[in-house]
Design a protein around this ligand. Structure first.
Ligand SMILES: *Cc1c(COP(=O)(O)O)cnc(C)c1O
Length: 351
């Protein structure tokens, strides 16, 4: 069966005539702009940003080896996640499926859009259960969310499992690869053209060190990108974000260095935590964090918090019982964390 994103999209979105901004209607180069009611002073910030993000998409396209028509840029990948619901899921009627445990935003966006989210538990080893995901789906399933490397478990899903699911489902398959840069692989992005229902989510928030500028990406077919673009706010990416992202894309050496250092530190942390009293298990991670099963996770969390060190208590999350999630910091930060953990577990204080 051939996949047609237009058939999957909500009727009102299919028929929607998008807002046409001044910058949409005139795209050439003028010398005097009197068309958008902008203030003539305070250049360059007095001007509206490019609603189509042409320059940034062309540079991102070169960097990721994806043609610009297949790139959606959003105010964080969270915007892309929300738009997927708004474009494809009829509130109160359609549903989505996601794996669990995973990133919380899929369910939150589903809830905001009044879309039922069906959560399918991962296997005990955190691998994907393709069969269960398909069993949870029905003819009203419009979206399936996967996350690889997964937050908070840190592992990658098998590419063959992801592609198998893409082939077997009639829904859109969104694969969130926010942490892929720390995995040493290129994830499923190279398979984009083989699966018309595949959406790959990436972000500038992690490996690029740009969580503060809010920039996320969705790679998908031209048709899917067109639908998302039709619904987004016309000026969803501000001038500062677009300019700064362009600067960072042109200086990728810095990013490569950061990623190398974080990955090296991750492996050092695995070794050191492995010898730490109180640590029961370190889940293998391909991301910039470790999920660590420890004794007394709540007490550890509070002890560290009192020392000004904040980790994420995930001990109440299903399949993560007793675990805390620790982001890899700088060498110094990691050292201080280890020192305090050691004090907590061996020092007698609070133990
Ligand atoms: C951090 C993270 C993101 C990033 O979201 P942005 O809105 O781009 O900052 C996306 N997905 C997952 C799973 C994450 O952990």
């Amino acid at each position: 069966m051939s996949f047609d994103p237009f058939k999957l999209a909500r009727k009102n979105i299919r028929e929607l005539i998008p807002y046409s901004s001044a910058r949409d209607e005139f795209t050439g180069r003028g010398s005097i702009y009197l068309d958008a009611n902008e203030n003539p002073f305070n250049a360059p910030y007095n001007r509206y940003p490019d609603p189509r993000q042409k320059l940034l998409k062309s540079k991102a396209g070169e960097f990721f080896s994806v043609s610009p028509e297949k790139i959606f840029l959003g105010n964080g990948s969270d915007e892309a996640i929300d738009l997927l619901f708004r474009v494809f899921c009829e509130p109160g009627e359609d549903n989505a499926v996601s794996m669990s445990p995973s990133y919380g935003m899929y369910s939150v966006c589903a809830g905001i859009n009044n879309v039922e989210m069906r959560k399918v538990l991962l296997n005990e080893d955190y691998s994907l259960n393709v069969k269960s995901i398909l069993e949870a789906s029905d003819e009203h399933t419009r979206l399936i969310f996967l996350c690889s490397p997964n937050n908070p478990t840190g592992n990658m899903l098998e590419i063959s499992d992801i592609l198998d699911l893409a082939k077997k489902t009639d829904a859109l398959l969104a694969v969130d690869e926010a942490y892929i840069d720390f995995s040493g692989t290129n994830g499923v992005l190279p398979h984009l053209d083989e699966f018309p229902n595949l959406v790959v989510l990436r972000t500038f928030s992690k490996a690029w060190g740009l969580a503060g500028i809010r920039l996320g990406m969705a790679f998908a077919s031209e048709e899917i990108v067109g639908l998302l673009s039709k619904v987004k706010y016309p000026y969803n990416l501000n001038v500062l974000t677009q300019d700064y992202a362009l600067k960072m894309i042109s200086e990728t050496k810095q990013r490569e260095e950061w990623v190398r250092e974080i990955v090296t530190e991750r492996e050092i942390m695995v070794e050191k935590l492995d010898r730490m009293p109180g640590v029961d298990k370190i889940h293998p991670s391909k991301a910039n964090f470790l999920l660590v099963k420890v004794k007394k996770p709540k007490e550890l969390y509070n002890y560290l918090k009192d020392k000004g060190i904040i980790v994420r208590d995930r001990s109440q999350v299903e399949l993560c019982e007793g675990a805390v999630r620790i982001t890899i910091g700088t060498k110094i930060e990691n050292k201080i964390l280890l020192r305090e953990m050691y004090r907590f577990y061996s020092g007698g204080k609070n133990t």
